[in-house]
Design a binder for this molecule. Structure first.
Ligand code: AMP
Ligand code: MG
Length: 404
């Protein structure tokens, strides 16, 4: 058996960043910038009001309450064609340009209508610059806003839109092909004949890929037939940046995926010192990384988490490729045997006021997918006897914890 870390390092060393691509900003969330984004404007572009109220000269409010003459109204988007003179005010809405002559804004809540028409009472004095957003306060023209390597989130996309950027240069969104292998597998609602099971791996793995925003190609269900596996893989490498298979990598007589991969590519078939997900085939087929995940449904998902997810994030340019890890107190004990492997147990994760707790779920077999669905984390159990109640364990967090 090979240590987990060694296998991960080997895989990552074979996976390099993809080429770059121009994408519409609305398609860029979850991708990584492959160039610097520089501001081509001062933002905000002009002095404007942060409040609904009155644009005034601060000097005129010193003796508040004071009555000022209202000489106009300025909604956002309108260019003022008047000036604010002594003892004058302009009714102004958030985002509108500050008219010439005015140096501050009184919020509407600090004013009231005067008895005279077209006059307003300002009830408090304001300082010069009050509620005025100056040009370039967010950033000035020429600012290097985001460096290459930045993971694009919602606010980045907002900034792109603010500066009028319609497309950005990113590391390519990988196209990933997914196939399941196994003569016993069927798809969908068809009645199961004796010996048959429904293919779950293709669906769970497609969903895992969807989570990281790659483009998925469904390569279908392939029988345990050397030639069919071979032709499916060879046609897949033409159109994919990575391929994932499940099944056919263990020690059985009909485990042809590893046989085919070994014959066609620079493939390594490995026994990793982990449970679940001990068998793994990985290598390059015409330069395309192929992940041969084990067939058991929990193993396939755990293998994806430990090898394929971080490898894909790496080729997408991510600096941070790992799920979050945290320490949690076990509220149930969990026995395991010494077998030289690191175990990844399905756990319910609970967030307490300022700590985390885990309980080990029923049904820890690698074929028992329900516990995987009910788990918010995988507890990492080093080789040993297991965990007593009250022990602290490392947990790889898969989803949001329950709150208690
Ligand atoms: P294998 O790795 O092909 O020996 O498969 C190991 C176990 O996983 C067997 O019980 C298979 O029937 C099961 N299995 C393989 N592929 C799938 C799949 N796509 N969906 C559900 N179970 C599977
Ligand atoms: Mg099989």
């Amino acid at each position: 058996m090979i240590e987990l870390k060694e296998v991960q390092e080997f895989i990552f060393s074979q996976c390099s960043k993809l080429s770059t691509d121009e994408v519409e900003i609305s398609k860029s969330r979850g991708l990584v910038l492959a160039g610097t984004v520089i501001s081509n404007d001062d933002i905000p572009p002009f002095p404007n009001t942060a409040m609904d109220g009155y644009a005034v000269r601060a000097l005129d409010t010193v003796n508040a309450p004071v009555e000022l003459k209202v000489v106009g109204t300025l909604p956002a988007g309108k260019v003022p064609d008047f000036k604010v003179g002594p003892d004058e005010a302009v009714r102004i809405m958030t985002g509108a340009v500050i008219p010439e002559g005015a140096d501050s804004v009184v919020m509407v809540e600090k004013t009231r209508e005067a008895e005279r028409d077209n006059f307003v009472v300002v009830e408090e004095s304001v300082k010069d610059g009050n509620f005025i957003r100056q040009p370039g306060e967010d950033f000035v023209k020429g600012t290097e806003l985001f460096a290459s390597g930045t993971l694009i989130g919602a606010a980045h996309i907002g900034v792109f839109a603010t500066i009028g950027l319609e497309e950005v240069t990113v590391f390519k969104r990988p196209v990933v092909g997914v196939m399941s292998t196994g003569d016993e597998l069927v798809q969908g609602a068809t009645r199961l004949e004796p010996g048959q099971i429904r293919d779950s791996n293709r669906h769970s793995v497609k969903a895992l890929l969807d989570e990281i925003g790659v483009e998925v190609i469904d390569l279908g269900l392939i029988p345990d037939d050397e030639e069919k596996i071979e032709s499916a893989l060879l046609s897949a490498v033409e159109k994919c940046d990575a391929i994932v298979t499940s099944g056919g990598v263990s020690m059985g007589d009909f485990d042809f995926v590893k046989v085919v991969l070994d014959r066609l590519g620079e493939m390594k078939w490995m026994q990793v010192a982990i449970k679940p997900a001990k068998p793994l085939a990985f290598g390059l087929l015409n330069g395309v990384p192929v992940f041969g995940l084990p067939g058991n449904p929990v193993s396939a998902m755990v293998s994806f988490e430990l090898f394929m997810r971080p490898a894909l994030l790496k080729i997408m340019g991510y600096a941070q490729i790992w799920r979050p890890y945290l320490k949690a107190k076990a509220v149930t004990s969990f026995k395991r045997r010494q077998d030289g492997k690191v175990h990844f147990a399905r756990v319910a994760l609970i967030r307490k006021k300022d700590s985390y707790e885990v309980s080990f779920l029923e049904g820890q077999g690698s074929h028992q997918l329900a516990a995987m669905a009910n788990a918010q984390g995988l507890a990492v159990l080093p080789n040993g006897e297991g965990v007593e109640e009250g022990d602290f364990v490392d947990v790889m967090q898969l989803s949001e914890p329950e709150i208690n």
